[in-house]
Design a protein around this ligand. Structure first.
Ligand SMILES: Cc1ncc(COP(=O)(O)O)c(C=O)c1O
Length: 401
């Protein structure tokens, strides 16, 4: 650029020639809404898909593409074929993008009662407005599942395992196999286990969904979601919906996710170890009524979890022997753990599902599946487990004094 010919105002508003040399060590955040074309012919070829390249960040962006490819590689690490990943701005963005790309008016989803509250609300309040029907089933009751599949035409089976906040598990292999027989598309929300502990693509599930906001990021500094599939056409259909519905992920949020992945296995090992110790401590406490953790033999999901998870994750929930006020008082008395409506961070976080994640789920429905007023969900962090147990111990004593 002949800068000596430019006026002051032109220099100010021009994109200045980028000074670049060798590659940066860490992936940069490409905070740009668009990409320039060398010439208009190149722009046409990129839009037509005849040349590799970026055009507009709602479509794709180098920070997003690099992060998506890393996630896809992790999800399909045991397989010969590489998976494909669409990154979205949040877990709900990924779930709604999946629904839009798979379902049409008149279709029916078969799912479980104990989904993440936001997903249940999305299906009941939004999808129903577009003529999409939903049937709820206990996937571990194979007779009930068979009966429904004989009577109904199901388009999509959508599961979440372990589920939020009861940590129930669904047999992934069994679901994938019956779905294949009936030519039904399958999707799983794998947020709680993550691909470090459980890889549903190996069992033949079509789509794996994440709230990457949680364990994949691990630091709680960015929202994000992902849709991962081995099938290129399924991926492309989801990408097209993401592009048109604008459910893309910001490059900054993708960058935080990308960097969080570097410590992901180390964090997960520490999470799982602490969660098992805390669950065993709670189970042995005389003032604890019930502990939901797939890693303890008393939990109904233990056998399925052992079969399909390499460890039991960081999530647990429990009820203390007390009323609602005492459960809330226990939470207020904690000094180390935080109270926040999220999970999967390196620090321990508690939530009261009935008044937060499941607030919009009718009381009758949530209580039927075990989400009582006294249920407390814990995302176990990677602190010293002795400190955690000490904190829980003093908070239970104070609440029940
Ligand atoms: C299991 C599960 N799936 C999906 C979501 C939604 O994710 P996001 O908050 O990133 O939209 C959540 C949120 O907590 C969740 O726990």
């Amino acid at each position: 650029m002949k800068t000596d010919l430019l006026k002051f105002k032109s220099i100010c508003c021009q994109e200045w020639p980028h000074v670049t040399a060798n590659e940066p060590h860490i992936l940069p955040i490409y905070n740009t809404s668009a990409f320039v074309f060398d010439n208009i012919q190149q722009g046409i070829k990129i839009f037509e898909g005849k040349e590799e390249g970026f055009s507009y960040s709602r479509y794709d962006n180098p920070t997003l593409a690099t992060t998506a490819q890393k996630l896809a590689a992790l999800e399909s690490i045991d397989l010969e074929e590489n998976a494909h990943c669409v990154l979205c701005g949040s877990g709900m963005g990924a779930i709604s993008t999946l629904f839009y790309s798979v379902l049409q008016q008149g279709d029916t989803i078969l799912t479980q009662a104990d989904l993440y509250g936001g997903t249940t609300e999305l299906i009941q309040n939004n999808l129903s407005r577009f003529g999409i029907k939903c049937i709820v089933v206990d996937f571990n009751d194979s007779e009930q599942v068979q009966k429904i599949l004989q009577e109904e035409t199901i388009k999509l089976i959508y599961i979440e395992t372990p589920s939020n906040p009861l940590l129930n598990c669904v047999d992934i292999q069994a679901v994938a196999s019956i779905a294949k027989k009936h030519n039904i598309v399958t999707a799983i929300d794998n947020t709680f286990a993550s691909c470090y502990l459980q890889r549903p693509l190996n069992d033949g599930i079509d789509y794996v969904i994440y709230s990457t906001t949680k364990f994949l990021n691990g630091m709680g500094n960015a929202l994000g979601g992902a849709i991962i599939s081995l099938d290129y056409d399924k991926y492309k259909a989801a990408w097209n919906v993401m592009k048109l519905n604008g459910t893309y992920c910001s490059p900054t949020d993708a960058w935080y996710l990308y960097n969080g992945l570097k410590t992901f296995p180390l964090r997960m090992d520490a999470h799982c170890k602490n969660a098992l110790e805390l669950a065993e401590y709670l189970e042995g406490h005389s003032m604890v009524k019930r502990v939901n953790y797939p890693g303890i033999a008393s939990h109904s999901a233990h056998e399925i979890a052992k079969k399909q998870m390499s460890a039991f994750g960081a999530m647990l929930s429990f009820e203390i022997k007390g009323n609602l006020d005492q459960a809330l008082s226990f939470m207020n008395n904690l000094q180390l753990a935080s109270l926040a409506p999220t999970l999967g961070n390196v620090d321990t976080i508690l939530l009261h599902p009935a008044t937060s994640s499941h607030l919009k789920v009718p009381k009758e429905l949530r209580e039927k599946v075990g989400i009582t007023d006294g249920l407390i969900r814990v995302s176990v962090g990677i602190e010293s487990v002795d400190d955690l147990i000490k904190d829980f111990d003093q908070a239970i004593s104070k609440a029940l004094a």
